[in-house]
Design a protein. Sequence first.
Lengths: 254, 340
Amino acid sequence: MNDTQGWRRLRHEAVRAWIIAEKDIRIYYAKPPVIMWGIALPFFMFLSWSVGRNRPAGALIPGLVAITVFFTASSIGPVVIPWEKRVRTFERLLTAPVSLPAILLGKTLAGVVFGLAVALVPLLAGLALGAQVSDPASLIAGLVLSSGAFASLGVLFSTLPGQNVGSVMMPATLIRWPLLFISGVFVPLAALAWWGRVLAYLSPLTYANDIIQRAMGGEGYLGSALDAAALLVFWVVFLLAGLRLHELGRQQGS
Amino acid sequence: MSDAIEVEGLAKTYNEGRRGVAPVKAVDGVSFTVRCGETFGFLGPNGAGKTTTINILTTLLPPSGGTARVMGHDVVTDAYGVREEIGIVPEISNIYEEYAAWDNLMFTGRLYGVPRRERERQAEDLLRAFSLWEKRDVLSVGFSKGMKRRLCLAMGLMHRPHVLFLDEPTSGLDVQSVLVIRDMIRRLRAEGVTIFLTTHNIEEASQSCDRVAIISYGHLAAVDSPENLKATFAGMQSVEVAFTGGDAGAAGLETLPGVHEVRRNGDKWRLYTDVPGQVIPAVVDCARSCHLTIASLNTLGPSLEEVFVKLTGITPPARPAEAMEGNGRGRPGAGQRRLG
């Protein structure tokens, strides 16, 4: 394959990844499991944590935005892929002239758009309630990179065994849940014990929360550049791991 | 190019190298070719290896051994090239039920890079050909099984593939859908599209295919034209009869002219013959003379299991559930015995 063919193929792959994302956006955003696991659950959980605490709304918003991106973006993969495997539309994608990386990139893009769109709701509500954005560029970069990292985490979750959405989503939620408590959302990183901070550095939510907090006038613990770089690394690593596990599953016929 | 599909020593073993799980050899050294423009039937009972073979040829599964090429593209090293050449209609209609028929076709066309005007024209032609034009804007979740299968076939043809894989295309469908699909197969055949058709229905293969391969337990038993295979099956036709009001066992069915074997299946008697047309009047006469009433009378072709045994001369390994249940038309088993 020469350079021209290589670029043409790459462009085709990118276009087809977007076509897949667009289809997922149209078909799956309104599916009950996506609404329940991706929007309702984090919203009510945040509500139960924040109600009764004597903190201004503006101070709560960055955490809510981070949680919203985390849950929404990571919900698309473990809902859509098992669903499509069960009704065998995933096979349709696998037998089309599009590579597995492009298919998974399409699924990730659907998660990114979902995460960004839903995160706008608490963000705009927060701005209306007095929250401020001190560094718009960091906020945009943080939201996009966080959505990418969490959406590819969702693609990784989708490799959990099972073609039933519930059987994939339950363990995925069990993994997501503890991350909330070690990522500086509810308890600031500075207040964590040393071992707590070590654990926090392993969680992508830590960097998402940190960059959004700083961009909205809060006190960040790490630098924005470090947060952004870490989120990019998580995005790539989760996507590559998901790709590898999907490839292994395909070889076994699952 | 004369061969659309070339398969050499193809093998697939599931659970290979997995600890604590027994490996399962689904396809074992299968070789055949399908010529360009040919309609090729791939017959076999459930679990024979048909779907595994089709999954390898359509690049869904990597083989454990052997090679397979579709339109000159290797299924392992050039899967992308294979996918551009093929259309697939799986046994389960994998349409997007949340989409209308039109949107399903538009999505498929875009996925295969069909330009906008061409995909709109092609979609309209296909929807009209499959009697779905009036339903083009209706969500396909409400479609009947036959309509879904027709839509699935239309999706498989959106990019005008050179090779079309059809997995049990008419299984369990209503008459209208069966007729529409068979007509489309005939049209595609006339247009020179290579069709790879898997089925467990000998009659369907006989009507549609230029050549037929029979696979069972992962081995290829025969590849030949339907007429040649039918000649092999000639001695395996049978007449099945059920009586009421008397002892059929004493009627001497095995002595009727043209009958070379009689087996009992529950309340039915199966008479194996080369000449069912000659045996039927003899059975009626026999019933009359023995004061028996005929409850049902059918002529039957051989089951694929029987054809396999006949062609290979070997008995397939027993599979506990299948061996006894099957379709009641195979090897002697529970409830079957020879008369006399």
